[in-house]
Every structure is written in C-alpha cells, then in structure tokens.
Design a protein around this ligand. Structure first.
Ligand code: DGL
Length: 274
C-alpha cells in the first residue's frame, strides 16, 4: 500500500497521541484548515470523544484540481490514516473531497461510519421558498454530479445561483478573515447575484465558515447557511445507532498536517478552541 504520510507518524508527540487515540477516535479530513469549522462544532457537541484532525495542506487547494486527482489523493491519504489510526468514524469535512471521493470511500470502508458534507441548500430553500439563493463553492463542487443532483431536487422551489469561488479558501488559510482584498473579491463574485436581491447564501466549502462575516457583509445581510451543523447531527445519529458513543473520560483533539507543519497545526488548534 502507498504510504503518503509516513514521516507524520514518526515524531514522539504523534506516537504518544496515537497510543491514546487508537481504536476509539474520530478522524476529520480536509484539504487544510476548513474542516476545523466542523470539528469545533463536533468537539463542543461530543466533548468526551477523541478527535484526530488531518489537513492535506501539501496538496491544497483541492477545488482547483481535477476531481480524479482529488479522489486519488483522498483515497491514498485516508488509507494511510485508517491503517495507522483505526478510527471508528471518518468525517470528510470538505465539500470538494466529498464530491470527488465519498462513494469510493464508503465502498472501501463498509464497516466504518463515513460521513461527507453537503451544501445546506435544503434549509435555505425551506426558509426562502421562491427566493434567490447563492451557493458559494469550489469549482469541483459546483461542477460535480453530487451538486447537480442536489440542485435538481430544489430547482422548482427557488432560484439557485451557483458561484465558483476559486481562490477564496486561500483567504481562510492565510487567516485573512476580513480584509479589503477579501471584501473586493466577494463584491465581484456576488455582484451579479445581488441584482435581483439575494435571500440567502449557502456556504458550500468548509473554509468559508471562517469568512462568514465578510460574506454576510458582501451579501448585504442575506442569511448565511452552513452545512457544519447538519454534518455533526449526522455524526451523532450514526454513533448512536452503532452504540459507539464515548460518555466517560476527558476527550481530546490532535492535529496532523501533510506538510508536517507545526504552525498549521497551531493555527487549526486555535481556530478549534477560540
Ligand atoms: N474545504 C474544502 C471544501 O469544503 C475545499 C477547499 C479546497 O479547495 O481545498 O470544499
């Protein structure tokens, strides 16, 4: 088996972390820090669980690669992580990776809980029937079949406006959550959609949750919908069904990154607990 992340597991800190976590952990996966926006909700909901967060910063951004390439990266990385960590559940906290690889992951790991992300279009349409609803996401997410199928379910109920946002995740990666450059980027992206008045904006990428304030400003106070809550609800439901909840002990969160970059791990940790 290809082992894309061997050096990550050879430091004393990670070895110690693994001893503690192995067999009873929940793996969160993203291309970078975006999935921390989902992890932090999960950690607050399930504080006694042991979470391991993996960001594939070496290969980010995923959204501007081809879907096949992203699928290959996710499958390789997850195979290495599952072999090493034996998680009880995997949360693909990335809409792009979900679009490209969730089907294949589910068939490769039929005995594990495997959860993906979905843009929160359903609650947005229910809240604003007949409204103009923008969905911001990476080029892959917008173009892949999963999103087209989702839009197909609601195209009669609202005016759905998909907006490809290549480059937007980089603002979040840089910790640039509100800057004139970000505001200009968003104003340009939302300009056309704002003409007819915008009811809601769906965040179709986990990185964008960190940019929600700036997005709300550019969207002139249209309501923001994020899929993180729904994903955590699904995780709780699946753990309950399989009776895999941890209800005792202290719980923990460990951070890994394919660049083996301590600064990235610190950034993720800060975002998780602030
Ligand atoms: N966080 C990821 C998502 O939810 C994508 C960012 C990227 O392009 O890597 O889609």
């Amino acid at each position: 088996m290809i082992d894309p992340v061997p050096s990550l597991f050879n430091t004393p800190i990670i070895r110690k972390t693994m001893e503690k976590h192995t067999l009873n952990n929940i793996l969160f996966y993203d291309s970078g820090i975006g999935g921390v926006s989902v992890l932090r909700l999960a950690q607050r909901t399930l504080p006694k669980e042991n979470f391991i967060y993996y960001g594939d910063s070496k290969n980010a951004p995923y959204g501007e690669r081809s879907a096949d390439e992203v699928c290959r990266l996710v499958l390789e990385n997850v195979a290495g992580l599952v072999a090493r960590l034996c998680p009880k559940a995997i949360v693909i906290a990335c809409n792009t990776a979900t679009s490209a690889a969730i089907g294949e992951l589910r068939s490769r790991y039929p005995n594990l809980i495997v959860i993906g992300m979905e843009p929160a279009l359903k609650p947005a349409v229910k809240a604003y029937p007949g409204g103009n609803i923008a969905v911001l996401a990476t080029p892959i997410t917008i173009r892949e079949e999963k999103f087209r199928t989702l839009c197909g379910q609601y195209y009669n109920e609202a005016n759905i406006i998909p907006i490809e946002c290549a480059g937007l995740m980089d603002f979040a990666e840089r910790g640039e959550f509100n800057s004139p450059e970000l505001q200009t980027y968003l104003n340009i992206k939302l300009d056309g959609a704002l003409c007819g008045g915008l009811s809601a904006v769906v965040l179709g990428c986990t990185h964008y949750a960190f940019l929600a304030e700036a997005i709300s400003q550019a969207a002139r106070e249209a309501e923001i919908f994020d899929g993180g809550d729904g994903t955590v609800r699904e995780l709780v439901k699946r753990l309950t069904e399989k009776d895999l909840f941890v209800s005792e002990g202290t719980g923990s969160v460990a951070f890994l990154n394919s660049l083996n970059d301590e600064e990235k791990n610190e950034q993720a940790k800060k975002l998780c607990f602030e």
